[in-house]
Write a protein that binds this ligand. Structure first.
Ligand code: CP
Ligand code: NVA
Length: 299
């Protein structure tokens, strides 16, 4: 695995291998002197804000004995229009790997192509692959298995996190219900690429949640969609994780949220706080998952 650009591009074996590796890094944190990035400097290029992804990569790279520099768009010439391929060719001669958060998926792929160095997608408009590795790790820890998994993703079913969930279900074969209004579903062209018959697109919240083992949500207004805020909050109002929805899920269902959470919007304060242990374990798992991804691309 030279790059980590999307869940779509991974095989089932690669996903399972990353989960195994992340569990190992979690179990041995502070006890092992694994230094896979010794002597390396990594660049984090972020064109959107981040708490979890930025901090987990910075800590992970340092714990692997690497150096790290954070470059926001405003810090570098990319922000003044220097093409991504030129930025990539310069950085490729100076640093050993790059972690990129931006808008277009194509930009991350172009960076990978032109830089020649390991490149990791830290979120684009199309996918949030790092998030899904941490999510699957959390589900595995809480349930002890990924067998018989039924996941309901509720909210903006066409956002990056929902799309990465679709590819995870496609590769691992579990049941996934992308529960969203018609205008918040992936396009027909996108849906045609799906082969797992257990990926459904219910448009009624209670139908999507019925009997599931995991209820999952993400913000209703993704980064870059702020101008649509009022419309989105109104369109998605019936697609909230609340007490009533949770009652439709299987007994003991997990509630997950990639965070940041907007209480009273995609999830109620009550349910978020009742499931905070799981949700913040999920956030912590970003660190262990990033280490597995970093080790995977430099192996
Ligand atoms: N879940 C997630 O990616 O959080 P940040 O935007 O804070 O990195
Ligand atoms: N879908 C969200 C994920 C945030 C981690 C966004 O793109 O803003």
């Amino acid at each position: 695995m030279k790059h980590f650009l999307s869940i779509e591009k991974l095989t089932r074996a690669e996903i399972l291998d990353l989960l195994e590796s992340a569990r190992g890094y979690k179990a041995t944190r502070g006890k092992s002197d694994s230094r896979p990035l010794q002597g390396q400097t990594w660049a984090l290029l972020f064109n959107k804000p981040s708490t979890r992804t930025r901090v987990s990569f910075e800590v992970g790279i340092r714990e692997f004995a690497g150096g790290v520099m954070f470059l926001s768009q405003g810090d570098i010439q990319l922000g003044r229009g220097e093409p991504i391929r030129d930025t990539a060719r310069v950085l490729g001669r100076m640093v050993h790997g790059a972690v990129i958060r931006t808008f277009a998926q194509n930009d991350v792929e172009e960076f990978a192509r032109y830089s020649g160095i390991p490149t990791i997608n830290a979120l684009t408009d199309e996918e949030h692959p790092c998030q899904i590795i941490a999510d699957l790790l959390t589900i595995f820890e809480k349930r002890g298995t990924l067998e018989d998994l039924k996941v309901c993703f509720i909210g903006d079913g066409d956002c990056n996190v929902a799309r990465s969930w679709i590819w995870a279900a496609e590769r691992l074969g579990f049941e996934l219900r992308i529960t969203a209004p018609a205008n918040y579903q992936p396009s027909p062209d996108f849906k045609r690429r799906i082969t797992n018959p257990k990926i459904y697109f219910p448009r009624v919240a209670a139908e999507g949640a019925a009997g599931v083992s995991v209820l999952y949500t993400d913000v209703w207004v993704s980064m870059g969609k702020e101008v649509e805020s009022a419309q989105r909050l109104s369109d998605l109002a019936q697609f909230q994780i609340n007490r009533e929805l949770l009652q439709a899920a299987a007994p003991g269902a997990l509630v997950l949220h990639c965070l940041p959470a907007y209480r009273g919007k995609e999830i109620t304060e009550e349910i978020l706080e009742a499931h905070a242990q799981t949700i913040f374990d999920q956030a912590e798992n970003r660190l262990h998952a990033q280490k597995a991804i970093l080790a995977g691309v430099v192996r």
